[in-house]
Design a protein around this ligand. Sequence first.
Ligand code: XMP
Length: 514
Amino acid sequence: MSDTIHEKVLILDFGSQYTQLIARRVRELHVYCEIYPCTTDLTKITEFKPSAVILSGGPKNVSEDDAPLIDTAVYDLGIPVLGICYGMQLTTHVLGGKVSASAKREYGHAKMELNPECDLFHGLDKTENVWMSHGDRIEKTPSGFTGCASTDGSHYAAIENREKRIWGIQFHPEVAHTPNGKKMLENFLFNISGLTGDWTMRSFVKDSIASIKNQVGDGGVLCALSGGVDSSVVAKLLEEAIGDQLTCIFVDNGLLRQGEAERVMSTYAKHFKMKVIMVDASDFFLEKLRGVDDPQAKRKIIGPAFVDVFVDEANKLDNINFLAQGTLYPDVIESVSFKGPSAVIKTHHNLELGDRLHLDLIEPLRELFKDEVRAVGEELGLPKSMIWRHPFPGPGLAVRTLGEITKERLDILRLADAIILEELNKANWCDKVWQAFGVFLPVKAVGVMGDERTYENVIAIRAVTSKDAMTADWAHIPYDILSKISNRIIGEVRGVNRVVLDITSKPPGTIEWE
Ligand code: XMP
């Protein structure tokens, strides 16, 4: 689909943990970009028709034997190149400058003296705070380059060759610790590369609809709905593009929250015109999970069971040619960015569905990050409750019911979980947390209710704040709300006589208990 976009930046990934962040910053400036591994050959690079190239940082030092290199023809394409950290050292190394390992790693905040005449630094003060993370440093620039900034640890914190339109910076403009990093990227994209920043979610929706129409023709498309934001946005895009050529399937695996299946179906009925088939497969999943208490074993059963149910239902339909799914950009690039350039691109497990059904895939979101998917959802007029829904794991309550799963345990958890969410909602706390839910603990505790001794189960309250689920802190919910939740659970949910609060951050904990 990127063929229809005329302003594109290519980010060559040398394995930095920040590569995705560079992409997100560029896109926040309304410039479309993609990440390719640094091993991509020149033909593929030119086929992408980039308007500018950014070379990411990376974990290697240029002097190491297996340090990734670059085809120097990239510098002769006649488009601006910006090397960040390793990208700058590499540029220096391959164009004839000198890079050496410095005795001291420069890591963290640094004060940088800069030349405001340098194109990258227009509009900035002479001194800026920047974020450094490097071992190597530039000793001598390649010919034609001049230095335009320095810090205590780096004589050359930024270099430029205006004639050849190549820039290099030792620090990371993409991280929040470089407060004016965005301004520097703006300078690179707009002043240096002459871009206008016209890529918006509105233009994405328009292009995406045209491209779906083109791909599908008069064929039929099947889409798996989960109630989550990704699959809902995919379905809405398809509905706009091909109307009643779309059929959706929603599988109730019996591991959903209280009233969830009904709620999801009624939201769809209200906001979509398409046909949605609901399959109640609760008994099938429960039977498959009987006697299983290991968390990974549960996951290994639930994934394939979903595929079986879905395939069975899909086979009852006629005239289906495509399968639509909500693969996101991080699924496509994840391994390249986090495990270094040699890693194989992760195969999305849902690919199995396409194979089993012999259907071609339509993945309209495969170029988007999660926050962009939400923006597309807003553009398409989906309700806030759908767009800002807390993430809910595919294996559902199976990984929140510790140990063996039974219908009775699931029902207890559903009631307790509903109380937690209801009270948080009433107190306007749902929007303040990333996720909040109950966990069923299969341990028995002694209690006393009225004059009776009880010996019942325990429910844990798990609520976390987070930006991306990679790290999380336990949410500091006020005592009065917690107290209300606890009283209500013990008073209203038979089979529970104790409520505990999980105060573990991630790391070292995970958000889910299993
Ligand atoms: P953890 O527990 O690893 O969770 O800190 C991070 C985020 O991922 C969700 N999660 C899952 N989502 N299938 C999913 O679709 C899974 O097996 C799964 N396990 C965890 C979790 O809810 C949190 O948002």
